[in-house]
Design a protein around this ligand. Structure first.
Ligand SMILES: [Fe+2]
Length: 380
């Protein structure tokens, strides 16, 4: 059967196949003229027959438009610094954030159909005003310190290796209390909410509501004691109440997994591959309803087995270097580099010298809808 026309151009007009998937084309010029007339009428009425679209709308396996792509951290930093010199931060634009735009997604500021990833840059003494939005957000810090993000009036210090949660509809702003600029990775579900028409936005104060700079936020003082939850806050919460998952804890967890492996006990997900997921302590599930975040550590010489997953995944190398293989494409990555893996494209990682990788994905969306699948070929 001929393949129906494939149209990823985003053009508003309906796509009418010139091929013959239903074997309707005949040698009869008269019959063909009638068919052409029917397709023209359908187009005029904004109707598209399934038989010209089936493979596009209902592929045998996910067939993403987005392609795997790598962004070099040094180039990201350089552009962010330039923006810091030329573009003020403030009301309206709200943030000096520069999105990583997947080149296959037609100029949209999306790294994946559901995910936003951006480098955000805040100069010495600058404040990004408070606002809130329905989109869920996180920050991951590759380098630097000196910025406090203030979430619902709670100032949270941002330091190297920290993973910070800003769940949807919480007022938040950032201020740089240091004499140096700072840049970090922002991750949000902006594309998902834009395409689903669920987005709301509201401005807050020009300055952050609490300009103090505590070492430890109130949220951490309340929630960050292993296995202990405050009885003043019973029940489940939709998003994690932990404002920041500190690097010292992530690092210790990964170090111990590999040490247990060395001692002959289970702890790693595969030989030489330690991994943790950031979780909501009130549910045991993901930190936010649309975003999953993990941290992976591969010891020198380790590799992972190729896996297919429904949904979109993004990696940022925290330390070290290695290779990410997505389907048949190899990407050499090192500290700070960002790479996306489109839905169902098999991916694996290997490293000669060891590598720490932060990862986030949209998996909670598809798990909640019972659309999540993985496939791992044995013996690869
Ligand atoms: Fe925001």
């Amino acid at each position: 059967m001929p393949t129906p026309t494939t149209d990823h151009s985003g053009s508003p007009g309906p796509t009418v196949a010139v091929s013959d998937p239903m074997n309707t084309v005949t040698d009869s010029p008269e019959q063909q003229a009638k068919l052409d007339e029917m397709y023209a009428q359908m187009k005029k009425l904004d109707l598209i027959p399934l038989w010209t679209q089936r493979a596009d709308l209902m592929p045998d396996v996910p067939d993403p438009v987005a392609t795997a792509q790598k962004w070099d951290w040094q180039q990201l930093i350089e552009v962010a610094r330039r923006a810091g010199d030329l573009v003020p931060v403030g009301r309206g634009g709200e943030r000096r954030a520069i999105a990583l735009a997947n080149s296959a997604l037609h100029g949209n500021a999306f790294i994946a159909p559901t995910l936003w990833a951006a480098i955000q840059y805040l100069g010495p003494g600058e404040t990004a005003p408070e606002h809130r939005h329905s989109q869920n957000a996180f920050r991951f810090v590759i380098e630097g310190e000196g910025v406090w993000t203030v979430v619902n009036g709670d100032p949270v210090a941002m330091r190297r290796g920290d993973f910070l949660v800003t769940a949807g509809w919480n007022f938040h702003g950032h201020h740089n209390d240091s004499g140096k600029p700072m840049a970090w990775l922002d991750g949000l579900d902006i594309p998902f909410q834009q395409q689903m028409d669920t987005a709301f936005f509201e401005e807050g104060t020009e300055r952050v509501t609490d300009e103090s700079t505590p070492e430890t936020s109130r949220g951490e003082r309340l929630w960050c004691h292993p296995g202990l939850r405050p009885l003043a806050f019973p029940g489940t919460q939709t998003s994690s109440p932990i404002p920041c998952y500190r690097w010292e804890h992530t690092d210790a967890a990964l170090t111990e997994q590999l040490a247990l492996e060395d001692d002959g006990y289970s702890g790693t997900v595969s030989p030489g591959h330690a991994a943790i997921r950031f979780t909501n302590p009130t549910t045991g599930g993901d930190v936010m309803t649309t975003l999953r975040a993990e941290f992976h550590r591969l010891r020198a010489g380790a590799s992972t087995t190729a896996i297919h997953e429904v949904g979109n995944r993004v990696f940022q190398v925290f330390e070290g270097s290695g290779t990410v293989l997505v389907e048949n494409e190899e990407f050499t990555v090192s500290t700070g580099d960002v790479i996306n893996v489109p839905s169902w494209k098999p991916w694996s990682v290997r490293t000669d010298g060891g590598m720490d990788i932060f990862s986030f994905s949209d998996a909670p969306i598809f798990e909640a809808l019972h659309l999540y699948r993985t496939y791992q070929q044995e013996g690869i």
